[in-house]
Design a protein around this ligand. Structure first.
Ligand SMILES: CC(C)[C@H](C(=O)O)[C@@H](O)C(=O)O
Ligand code: SF4
Length: 768
């Protein structure tokens, strides 16, 4: 396969190179090995496939589950989704997924299957996630799977459709960034503290345009569960993906999981996996060193994950940022939203609720760490509710097997069923306005856990301690007072790789017999129906050539996609009608629903704005929801001008005929913003690559857009149709893949049905 890099290569370079189907002028068609699907970001993709008469190309590379919308209440009486889910829109999204998996013949873990859970927890748990593979999902926290040395990233719904139809994705090469964590973490300090510390240092756009490799002694010593928590949050540092080189810890975790290769295929895979590390001398565009010993328990105080501070510090004071008005404004806004006073000690912050769960921290080690803290204690009287939500049915079973559920219940916690739960509150688990939550999730955006709710991110042990004391607590002091020790996690990192080496399997049978007949040839796994060369059976995208219209000035930084379109609007199975929810919390009064007169889109000509001019960086950070560009476009905004963008939002916009335009911050401030402020029109000319004053035609800025993207926008081209013109190359890659990486064949089709309550790969789990 063509290599994108000469000389020594990074881990990212290697995995990228091994998946290139086609390279053209810096744009690559990459083959995707594993595709995880959930109910929120897939309905419109399946609808697109159906409308175009296309099939899922690789059923064996696709695995689906429901996680975001589902209640986490007891399933003892569960019969089906239709009777179990009370909210109409949530139910419809879940039943639509069930219909789609049936119609397209996909493997699926529903609520009656103990293997159901948060998509990023079940992939690794089943061994669907493998080192060196490319993994995507319509979900930003797909970065989690990078903990295995996979190249894993979140995509939007249009890209979900593209992957379903073609098993490939169009990509540009990201920059290489290394975060080297030297030395050892201090006792009781977890990977959650470390990753919050890192994001606090680099900022929520620090990894923008990059794939981060986490390396160093402290990383090597982390267990797989802890590595997943780190890579999970690389997206919160703005990166496309996070990766950790696979090692003995990785191999020991994977060995024997239901979907990992067995026998000779394991040996073969292992040979390859051992080559997956950055070569000595490999070039990193950005290289940062963090000292592990500098990390102490870390929590967030504000409304972005980069508002992270050591638990011993005080809440920031806007008065200290006179020289940085944008930062001062952001801190002032965050303090007001969070109901905090400048300079108050972080440990004096009282909480109302505690939530231990999410794809960041709902694995078995997280459950154990929390149970260790709460054992023999009870939640504080001011804590109204404390929830433990295991990440999957299997995590729940394992925890119950160890008696952890009883520890939690005795301490006053609710022991729930698996799902995203209060991480996002698309289901009934939400905060009420002004309620404050100690949360092990990954995002503390405004309204994230419920409109007006206030989130403080921290580790499971810290959230458990906060539930017991009633306020944010330094876990080190807690351990001292309670005479407890942090539980040591067993990490086989000192184990030599030979523990799981090929020798062990020298005489064993090939696992080829595990591969179902229908998956033994690439041709049969390849179920594509679309004839090659058909330009597009789909509808294409709106063309973008020259746009003239009013431009709304938007004086904000780090606008996340939760703010652009809040979670309650994601429960749709359509792409249309989302304009009503655009910037909902900023635009409308939470109680009366009336327009807020001070919000720019509620004022005069800006009601008809076609362009949004943003003063600060990182517009559209956070979640992968394509609902954000859908909402903007539905409102009528077809261009957003900003200094920089969240990576997934940037991609998603192009797929919908919306132009995200990167312009230098000074030029925005000096040239473009004054025109927007004056209520004059602005012309964005993609053909000439100019931004002009729409009244006078004066050139305000010039820009350059990647040739492929510009071509697609100007001509309104649907890139699935374009990709299918490369059918021959895709098929050729599949032959190469089958010969070179045969352990990737079969994939999710190796999922076995549960027989008489026995779960394959889980000998002890006989009931749920
Ligand atoms: C629903 C999905 C698009 C979203 C994401 O991409 O992250 C969600 O999982 C989240 O955490 O906000
Ligand atoms: S971040 Fe939260 S909502 Fe998103 S996938 Fe993870 S648990 Fe679910």
């Amino acid at each position: 396969m063509p290599s994108a890099v000469e000389g020594p290569r990074t881990l990212y370079d290697k995995v990228f190179d091994d998946h290139v189907v086609k390279a053209e002028n810096g744009t690559y068609l990459l083959y995707i090995d594993r595709h995880l699907v959930h109910e929120v970001t897939s309905p419109q993709a399946f609808e697109g496939l159906t409308n175009a008469g296309r099939k899922v190309r690789r059923v064996d590379c696709t695995l689906a589950t429901v996680d975001h919308n589902i209640p986490t209440t007891s399933r003892k009486t569960y019969k089906n989704l239709s009777t179990f889910i009370e909210q109409d829109d949530s139910r419809l999204q879940c039943t639509t997924l069930e219909e789609n998996v049936k119609n397209f013949g996909l493997r699926y873990f529903g609520l009656d299957d103990a293997r159901q859970g948060i998509v990023h927890i079940i992939g690794p748990e089943q061994g669907f996630t493998l080192p060196g593979s490319t993994i995507v999902c319509g979900d930003s926290h797909t970065s989690t799977h990078g903990a295995f040395g996979a190249l894993a990233f979140g995509i939007g719904t249009s890209e979900v459709e593209h992957v379903l139809a073609t098993q490939t994705i169009i990509q540009n090469k990201s920059k290489n960034m290394r975060i080297y964590v030297s030395g050892k973490l201090r006792p009781g300090i977890t990977s959650k503290d470390l990753v919050l510390h890192i994001i606090g240092q680099i900022g929520n756009a620090g990894g923008s345009g990059c794939v981060i490799e986490f390396a160093g002694e402290a990383i090597q010593e982390l267990s797989m569960d802890a590595r997943m928590s780190m890579c999970n949050m690389s997206i919160e540092g703005g990166a496309r993906a996070g990766m950790i080189a696979p090692d003995a810890t990785t191999f020991a975790y994977l060995k024997g999981r239901p979907l990992t290769p067995k026998g000779k295929l394991w040996n073969q895979a292992l040979q390859y996996w051992k080559t997956l590390h950055s070569d000595p001398g490999a070039k990193f565009d950005i290289d940062i060193t963090i000292k592990a010993e500098d990390v102490i328990p870390t929590v967030t105080w504000g409304t972005s994950p980069h508002d992270a501070l050591p638990v011993t510090s005080k809440v920031p004071d806007p008065a200290d940022y006179i020289d940085n008005p944008a930062k001062q404004a952001a801190i002032t806004r965050a303090l007001s939203y969070m109901g905090l006073t400048a300079n108050m000690p972080i440990q004096s912050i009282q909480i109302d609720k505690a939530f231990i769960g999410s794809c960041t921290n709902a694995r078995i080690e997280d459950m154990r760490a929390a149970a260790n803290v709460v054992k023999g204690k009870h939640i504080a009287p001011n804590v109204k509710r404390a929830m433990i939500v295991p990440g999957s049915g299997l995590v729940k079973l394992q925890a119950e097997h160890e008696g952890l559920d009883k520890v939690f219940v005795d301490a006053g916690f609710e022991w729930r069923e698996a799902g995203c739960s209060m991480c996002l509150g698309m289901n009934p688990d939400i905060l009420s306005p002004q309620e404050r939550c100690a949360s092990t999730s990954n995002r503390n955006f405004e309204g994230r856990q419920g409109a007006g709710g206030r989130t403080h991110l921290m580790s499971p042990a810290m959230a458990a301690a906060a539930a017991i004391t009633g306020h944010i607590t330094d876990i080190r002091e807690y351990y001292k007072e309670e005479k407890k020790a942090a539980i040591e996690v067993f990490v086989p990192s000192s184990a030599s790789a030979t523990d799981v080496s090929e020798t062990e399997f020298e005489d064993s049978e090939t696992s080829d017999s595990d591969v179902p007949e229908e998956n033994k040839t690439a041709a049969s796994t390849s179920t594509t129906a679309a004839p090659s060369g058909t330009a597009s059976a789909g509808t294409g995208i709106p063309k973008f050539t020259v746009l003239t219209g009013y431009a709304a000035p938007f004086d904000r930084s780090n606008v996340d996609t939760d703010a652009i379109i809040p979670k309650q609007f994601l429960k749709t199975i359509k792409r249309t009608g989302l304009g009503a929810g655009l910037f909902y919390a900023d635009r409308f009064d939470a109680v009366t629903g009336a327009e807020k007169p001070d919000f720019v889109l509620n004022q005069g000509v800006y009601r008809q704005a076609k362009t949004l001019v943003v003063s600060g960086p990182n517009f559209g950070c956070g979640s992968s929801r394509e609902h954000a560009p859908w909402a903007l476009a539905d409102f009528g905004i077809m261009c957003v001008i900003a200094q920089s963008f969240g990576d997934i939002f940037f991609n998603n916009s192009f797929k919908n005929g919306l132009l995200p335009l990167i312009i230098d911050g000074e030029i925005i401030k000096e040239k473009i913003m004054p025109v927007a402020d004056a209520g004059q029109r602005i012309t964005v000319d993609l053909v000439k690559e100019e931004v002009r004053n729409g009244e006078t035609d004066e050139i305000l800025a010039t820009f350059h857009i990647d040739e492929f993207r510009r071509h697609c926008l100007i001509n309104g081209l649907d890139d699935i149709g374009l990709t299918l013109q490369s059918e021959g190359l895709i098929a050729k890659y599949e032959d190469y893949r089958k010969a070179t990486f045969p352990w990737l064949e079969g994939g999710s089709t190796l999922v076995r049905p549960i027989v008489q309550g026995k779960i394959p790969g889980v000998p002890n789990a006989v009931e749920w």
